[in-house]
Every structure is written in C-alpha cells, then in structure tokens.
Design a binder for this molecule. Structure first.
Ligand code: IDP
Ligand code: MG
Length: 152
C-alpha cells in the first residue's frame, strides 16, 4: 500500500463547457482524499506539450494539444482547472474513479464513463489524473508552484 501519495487532477475543456466541474469534484470528494491545491489555469501550448511529453510520436498528439487548448469546446482563455489531491493510494483511487482513457470503454459509473464522449473522432474524456507517483510529482511541479500546494 502506498501512503500519502499526491496526484494531479485536471478538469479538461469539455467538462468546463458542460458545467460539470462540480459534479466531478463531488465524486472525487467522496474518495476521502485531501485537496491540497486548486487553481484556474490559462493553458499555454508550452505547458500542454510538457504535460503530454510522453505522448510524443503518437498520431493523436496534435489533436490532444488542440483539445487541451480548448479548440474543440466553447471555453475562453484556454481554461483548465487544476487540483492536487493527497492521501493513501491517492493515485489508484482517483484513476479508478475516473475510469479508462477511452470514454466508450470506461465503466459507466466512472467520471469518463458518465460524461466523456467522442465529438466526431476527437476523444473528449473530461479529466486527467496522474498515472504513477513519478508522473504525479513531475506533473504537480509543472502545474503548481511549491507554495501553491499545502504541506504534507
Ligand atoms: P490517460 O489520460 O488515461 O492517462 P494517456 O494514454 O496517458 O491516458 O493519454 C493522455 C490523453 O491523450 C488521454 O486522456 C486522451 O485525452 C488522449 N488520448 C489517449 N489515447 C487517445 C486516442 O487513442 N485517441 C485520441 N486521444 C487519445
Ligand atoms: Mg496518462
């Protein structure tokens, strides 16, 4: 069991457009983790590319960058909502609650299963959550200054 993990959660432009940020946070709240960071970010292409560096070479990378930049949704200012959650097994707990990457394959009761969809052939899956402790720490450092996250 992993203790006191931290994980980065992003609410993506499709979820902001649908006004379901509150619903998503409600589901995450029920996991019993501590929210230790929260902010509204105006996403730059530089940050989007740094965040998805591990997708380099994938055929859908440019589509994902456009999606994260809000080009497929009616959301001004390249807005993304970013959060840090902390607690025992935080990474697995959040990943389980958000469901599989592909919203059509995600279990129906998960966040992506409930609210994600394809618009044309663009996958819109509502949320990001870190996949491993190493990724989480890298991602939190990209999105948050140390003083913007409460101490462990
Ligand atoms: P994850 O978000 O579940 O960790 P990753 O494989 O890390 O999934 O991919 C990062 C993001 O890239 C996904 O959340 C999704 O927005 C996008 N993505 C992943 N696979 C595909 C795909 O096959 N087509 C289009 N977009 C994809
Ligand atoms: Mg991932």
């Amino acid at each position: 069991m992993r203790y006191m993990e931290r994980t980065l959660v992003l609410i993506k432009p499709d979820a902001i457009e649908k006004r379901i940020s509150g619903l998503i946070l409600d589901r995450l709240d029920h996991l019993g983790l501590q929210m230790t960071g929260a902010k509204v970010v105006s996403l730059t292409e530089e940050l989007a590319r740094a965040h998805y560096k591990n997708l380099e070479g994938k055929p859908f990378l440019e589509e994902v960058i456009q999606y994260m930049m809000g080009e497929f949704n009616n959301v001004p200012n390249h807005k993304i909502y970013a959060f840090v959650f902390q607690g025992e097994n935080a990474i697995a707990k959040v990943r389980q609650e958000i469901g599989s990457t592909n919203p059509e394959k995600a279990a129906p009761w998960t966040i992506r299963g409930s609210f994600g969809r394809f618009i044309g052939d663009v996958m819109q899956n509502c949320v990001h959550a870190s996949g491993s402790p190493e990724d989480a720490e890298k991602e939190i450092a990209l999105w948050f200054k140390p003083e913007e996250v409460l101490d462990r």
